[in-house]
Write a protein that binds this ligand. Sequence first.
Ligand code: FAD
Ligand code: SF4
Ligand code: SF4
Length: 610
Amino acid sequence: MDADIVCVGFGPATAGFLSTLSKQLVNADGTPAMESAVSPGLSPQVLCYERADDIGFGVSGVVTTARALRASIPDIEKAGIPMAAPVGEEKVLYLLDPIGASRRSALLRLADKTIRAFQWALPFERDALNLPWTPGFLHKRGGMVLSMGQFMQWIGAQVQGTGAVQIWPGTPVSQALIENGKVAGVRLLDQGVTKQGAPADGFTPGMDIHAALTVVGDGPVGAIGRQLDDLFGLPENHHTRDWAVGMKFVVDLPEDTPLQPGTVLHTFGYPEPEIFGFFYTHPGRVASLGIFVPSWFDSPVRTAYRYLQHWMTHPYLWHFLKGAKLRSWGARTLGESGRRGEPHLAGDGYARIGEGSGSTNVLTGSGVDEAWATGAQLAEAVLELLRAKRPFTKENLEATYVQRRRASWLDQESRAAEKSRDGFQLGVLPGLIGMALAGLSGGRLVLPGQPLRPWERIPSLEDYFRGRIPPAEARKIRDDCYARGVSAHAALMERAGWPAIACDGQLLVSHQDALLLGGKVQAPPGYADHVAFIFPNECRRCGTKLCIEACSGQAITPGENGVPNFDREKCIHCGACLWNCATASPENPESRQVGTAFRAAPGGLHSAEN
Ligand SMILES: Cc1cc2nc3c(=O)[nH]c(=O)nc-3n(C[C@H](O)[C@H](O)[C@H](O)COP(=O)(O)OP(=O)(O)OC[C@H]3O[C@@H](n4cnc5c(N)ncnc54)[C@H](O)[C@@H]3O)c2cc1C
Ligand code: SF4
Ligand code: SF4
């Protein structure tokens, strides 16, 4: 099939692209404002393929300054987007450890003791210090609290309503078509295959869609972005070593909640000092809340789900959450390398937008507005080229799209943010100091630190728990769990002092119940497994098995002969297994695809509330 423009993924970046583009392709009377090269007499044919089962079935916050969103949708506040609220009260809280299980440095313990000793003179309540002052770059004053799922459904309807664009959910793109070193379109995923990918009953090979321009907005773990990274390489000194697993709950708050819509709480310090938390309140007593587990948290048992439960039960947060009910749950990884993870933004026949193009600002923790801005900038560039009837070559896209991006606030702010988190490589306190320095100096002052890959930094189980669990016992606990086919983090954490979670069946639920109640995970048949262990020998030798412990859906479990099992019925497509491998890829140590292949596939979370 032939199209003029084909887009991969419908996240905020592609929404910004299609929203800006679609308004200009057709005149008010419905006649084409410019002509398609493949369907003469019609407006340019624009197709967008999204792998998730419906529009907005991803997962993300979100609180945003909405600068770029407002530039495109000036009346966004009045648009009636469900779950949206203007940002109200904002707090940044340092959570102290109420149970003594958290791994804190001597310096942090001293700080905690000092805070407790002077709590009578400080804004301190329920084991939390409300920071009396926070730098402006952390504020979202004047911004909005949104549900990204609801916003995407709303904008998807607006874009399709123009009649100029088609969006196809449940349709994963398996690869970019490469012809003579240029991107010539995309190939959709084969259907009617076995789990191993062999043709079976009803085999339908993935259709090829040829297009003059392929817009790659498939996020930080997208298969097409990674294919292009592998093919064209990254610019010198760029890498994608920093990331975080973001896991969240959407909950109904108790009827007597004191929290007003628009309330924004950010936390750090607990359950482990490295873990950041967020709590955003929507209208109608609904809240989105969760944690980020960053790549520089050097734990071989860095489970997001268990830590999320300990975070929710911190006395400060439990005060608001006691009696709350789970509505929806999910997780997704974020690319946190920012500008340093920027790939080649354009090439012959393609352009990269959104988080996969390094747009997320790691200083302000803002990704949606930046992703949208890159899409809108590309749309303006594409319209300029279409009007001038100039082809989508690397040179033309550089002179229009990349130049617009470089000249914008987005690029300026991403430069200031580029090294702002390097201090975290040295520890949490240096990390926070480094962020403050970078934020207050516009990126001129930073603390140095070299981001490492997981296999360079993750200690063995025995080393991580040394002083808390004797090495032989840690090994035995893990071996016993693996013999039962389950991950070991819960047993190890409990042995190291973390209390068992007292499940209440409505908010504190087992991981499996979260999959069923909150994630409603779907795994359509007839597709190949999208997670596979591509270096089984490395897995057999691997003592850390980070992929099992970090899996957000308990979809990766201990397998026979040391090679993990994968159960796609539980996979929420978060992409954590792509980054969380404790062993270097024997083929390319810099590759994001280490022990596990993470391919395009349909299914995953089934909720548009996240
Ligand atoms: C828990 C969490 C909380 C967050 N909170 C905030 C916040 O408060 N504020 C903020 O600004 N940002 C926040 N972010 C970050 C924000 O969500 C991202 O920066 C933003 O969504 C990036 O947009 P994108 O369009 O580039 O990519 P994505 O949102 O990742 O969208 C990419 C889309 O492409 C699809 N796709 C991928 N591969 C394929 C394929 N092969 N074929 C077809 N489709 C494909 C995916 O399904 C997805 O829908 C948060 C993220 C998480 C995970
Ligand atoms: S995928 Fe990586 S972390 Fe998982 S078992 Fe294999 S080598 Fe170990
Ligand atoms: S197997 Fe699925 S749920 Fe588990 S880490 Fe990988 S993508 Fe996430």
